[in-house]
Write a protein that binds this ligand. Sequence first.
Ligand SMILES: Cc1ncc(COP(=O)(O)O)c(C=O)c1O
Length: 444
Amino acid sequence: MTVPAGGPESWPTHHSKALYARARRTITDGTSRTTLLRKGKHPIYVDHGEGAWVTDVDGNRYLDCNNNFASIIIGHADPVIAGAVQARLARGTAFSLPTDAEIELAELLCERVESFELIRFCNSGTEAVMAALKAARAYTGRPNIIKAEGAYHGTYDHAEASLSPNPTNWGQAVAPATVPYSAGTPASVADEVTVISFNDIEGARDAIHRSGDRLAAVLLDVMPNRVGMPVIESEYVRAIRDATRAVGALLVLDEVISFRLGYGGAQTQLCVDPDITALAKIIGGGFPVGAVAGRRGPMEVFVRSGGGQAKVPSGGTFAANPITMAAGHAAMAQLDGNAFARLDAVGERVRCGLRTVIARAGLDWQVTGAGSLFRVHPHNRTIRNYRDAHLSSDEAAQISEFGLRMQSHGVYFVAESLGCLNLATADSDVEHLLGAAEASLANS
Ligand SMILES: Cc1ncc(COP(=O)(O)O)c(C=O)c1O
């Protein structure tokens, strides 16, 4: 049965429910991805996707406003990507020999971004950030990392410090505490990671100079989702870049998501000059991917000099496999200036439209984001950092309810997280999204 988009409030999801019950018997928590679980709800199991839409196993259709956490940018089941993958599939999927597909994607990416003098592929954003931090440590011979409070950079111990602190443990705003995220994180991680507040120029400068000759790198995402997708203040980036240079540390930019903001990523738009960049998501064309790219000097820690061991040996059974490389190339080659202009336009229509719908509903909510990304906040506090965006339990319940209502109106939107659109999103889809938001906010 196919239920038309915008259909009844309570769509049948019994096939999804049964699958989740079955999954819980063998998979921890019923899913390998914590991010797919909603409180008190079973996940929706997808049957297939096409363009901007996904259809679940019960036949319900949803406009996809998450796009696998911002990794799908062209659209689901894109025929160009599918064709490139099929051509490669017929020739084998993975070898302990390199292929030209790796070179083609490397060349495409290095041509687009000034700071990408050398690149190296891996399989996820987590791995890319880990490799970038290891490279920074090896290059500088120093142990310490600085990162922004609340920013998500994957699940490497140092990168996930202070991902989700709360008022009981986050310490002072001027010098946030380093709070381990996973149980079992060694205490030494807290000694090696200093946390700064996003957009706090003085705090960042201070932390960098205090860390001084022990600082390997500042790890920075210019539009961190979990920090609320605030606008980064240009003075903040400049201060970090200048201070890292002054103490001989590196700037590692995490463009795992923000690379979708423009042809040369966010760094080109903002004129930031990182030493190393971590990439993932869109560069794999829908397949698992990661990459670390950057200036020749720090990237050379991955090079085996004179046949000896590299400073940072790195491999990975599936790193740069030809299927991912071909898919990534087929996706990225479609993303020219016009494609980014369309993504910006559709994103702007959604952000403006949501603001209008929210105002009409008489709510004091706000929408942040840029390009094809957006985030809805159930409050009107000015958001400059993680603490401004941090939700009270009432606010968390409101935004979660909004997401579930959107789902029942045919929009898959992880309201507690980022909203993300793909290139296949048509004007009529934007109308559908805004109609769903209007219906979801009625009487809330
Ligand atoms: C900014 C950022 N960095 C790193 C990661 C980790 O990427 P992956 O999930 O591919 O390991 C993510 C994932 O969402 C991310 O948003």
